[in-house]
Design a protein around this ligand. Sequence first.
Ligand SMILES: NC(=O)c1ccc[n+]([C@@H]2O[C@H](COP(=O)([O-])OP(=O)(O)OC[C@H]3O[C@@H](n4cnc5c(N)ncnc54)[C@H](OP(=O)(O)O)[C@@H]3O)[C@@H](O)[C@H]2O)c1
Length: 330
Amino acid sequence: MPKHYKWGIMAPGKMAAKFANGLKVLENADLYAVGSRDIKRAEKFAHDHGFRKAYGSYLELAGDPEVDVIYIASPHSRHHDQAILCLENKKAVICEKAFALNSGEAEGMVLEARNQNVFLMEALWPPFQPFYKKASEILKSGELGKINHLHSYFSFYPAFDPADRKFNVELGGGSLLDIGIYPVIDALTFIGVPDEIKATAKFCETGSEESLSAIFSYNNGPMATIYSSFRTNIGIGCDILCEKGNLTVSRGRDMNQRVILGLHGREKETFVFSPPALGYHWEAEEVMRCLDKGLTESPIVPLSFSVSLMKTLDNIREAAGIVFPADIRS
Ligand SMILES: NC(=O)c1ccc[n+]([C@@H]2O[C@H](COP(=O)([O-])OP(=O)(O)OC[C@H]3O[C@@H](n4cnc5c(N)ncnc54)[C@H](OP(=O)(O)O)[C@@H]3O)[C@@H](O)[C@H]2O)c1
């Protein structure tokens, strides 16, 4: 009989609803409590998704002795303080991407987790997905030879709303931390940390970045180009151009995940994956697997990766002139 874990949801918005749907497919996840700044929002979310308790403050959720693990789904700028609150209350934490606003905050979260000896993980979707695993397997097999270039992009066209976290610099707004993080993860996963970064950005009327282009250079050969934007609508994809052919990794509007292997001189091979619950349940499953084993971090999403990712995002922001008020304050 597997141990059951009582889950708490902190900041029940759009992403939290998708994560809750993921929890519903896991036998050992107990949908227990929701904490919002607004008790009515907590009650509605709890009612809609079948959680038993609703709290009108994050402090009450973190302080409930029954809660085992808390999923944080607030805007990026709130992740640091909310994670610290949960860790201080000895709650295991899975925190949405971007893990924090900058690497200083991310390092503070990791330090607190280590001091408290409590589990902490960034809620990174790609490492758990079948298309990502398939792409990694093909690249590791060596059949494509070495990577010469990686081109990765994510863009969509949200309605402009200056109050929305995507366009609000106080909340870490901009395409980079919201969606550009995925092309950056592709480059870090499939090639590694770049030796040099060049980047440029366009800004919207709130002062928030709305389009970002970056070039990563690696001393040992390859380059990567990264693109994210709220002003075009190309979707999510990554082309990995290698000596002996190309690999395309993408998620379509139908939410199906695809890997297309195109070896030079051979017919293309396509692999399609359609995970349940959009694949979000695997992150929660990993948290509970780690807790079962008494681990304080996940070997699949180690905290060193989250800090390295945050440092790369800092370096892109510095190159492109993207500044958050919190950077200046700290
Ligand atoms: N992994 C993925 O695929 C994925 C996809 C989308 C988003 N995300 C991440 O999930 C996080 C939340 O995104 P979302 O689109 O769900 O956000 P959202 O719906 O706009 O807001 C989520 C919650 O954050 C709190 N919040 C909203 N505005 C706030 C403000 N101005 N100040 C303080 N708190 C505020 C609210 O919680 P209360 O109810 O407590 O007030 C709200 O319910 C982001 O970090 C985002 O990057 C991840």
